[in-house]
Design a binder for this molecule. Structure first.
Ligand code: 3PG
Length: 216
């Protein structure tokens, strides 16, 4: 069954971890630690030399997780990501070439936007689930509120500058599907192989959001 980006973000709520995997030997343990903390979807950024290998390993060993490839900034990377087993792709911005590349490989795609014109560009290609990047602080909360009016039905995943302190402010917005971020798997903890602490960060975020999302 093929997934839609909308369904993937729904699964990802509250947090889509943005992973920078320097040591491919740690990929599986890192994904397991996040999974144990309640994470169901993650994004491996193609910022490190063996990131695609990390995608394949996590996909093979943890079939319950949904694994995407992030930081796609060249059209050719879409095919590479798909061949490595990535189930969706994420970019920090959106260009016509990237939007077409995603369409060509038929992969769910989360393009990045920061302005109404960029939302319109993404919409022209049929993308209605968008990454708001960089979402730094209160300015982005105001912007998301403003975007709600003209862009009915568009769902955002604000990323960049999100942490446990501002997580709920974003998740409360009706046009926010989930948030993304690296804070949940910080480089120092990954390097130290502090898997329990990473599990704790994930479960802290999930519990916070559960209080928000619980039926009233
Ligand atoms: C991304 O690529 O989405 C960002 O690097 C994540 O930003 P953060 O480190 O502030 O979470």
């Amino acid at each position: 069954m093929s997934l839609t980006m909308e369904a993937i973000l729904q699964q990802a709520r509250p947090v889509l971890p943005v992973l920078v995997i320097e040591d491919v030997g740690s990929a599986l343990a890192l994904a397991q630690a996040l999974h144990a903390g309640g994470i169901r979807v993650l994004e491996v950024t193609l910022r490190t030399p063996r990131a695609l290998e990390a995608v394949s390993i996590i996909r093979r060993e943890l079939p319950d997780l949904i694994v995407g490839a992030g930081t796609l900034i060249h059209a050719e990377q879409f095919l590479e990501a798909r061949d490595a087993g990535a189930q969706f792709a994420v970019s920090p911005g959106c260009t016509e070439r990237l939007a077409l590349a995603a369409e060509n490989v038929q992969m769910p795609y989360l393009p990045g936007v920061l302005t109404p014109s960029e939302v319109l560009l993404a919409l022209e290609y049929g993308y209605r689930s968008l990454k708001l990047f960089p979402a730094n602080g209160t300015g982005s909360v105001k912007m998301l509120k403003s975007l709600k009016g003209p862009f009915t039905g568009i769902r955002f995943c604000p990323t960049g500058g999100i942490n446990v302190d501002n997580l709920l402010t974003f998740l409360r917005l009706p046009n926010v599907a989930c948030v993304g971020g690296t804070w949940i798997a910080p480089a120092d903890l990954v390097k130290a192989r502090a898997w329990d602490q990473i599990t704790q960060l994930a479960s802290e975020a999930c519990s916070l959001a559960a209080s928000l999302d619980a039926p009233r």
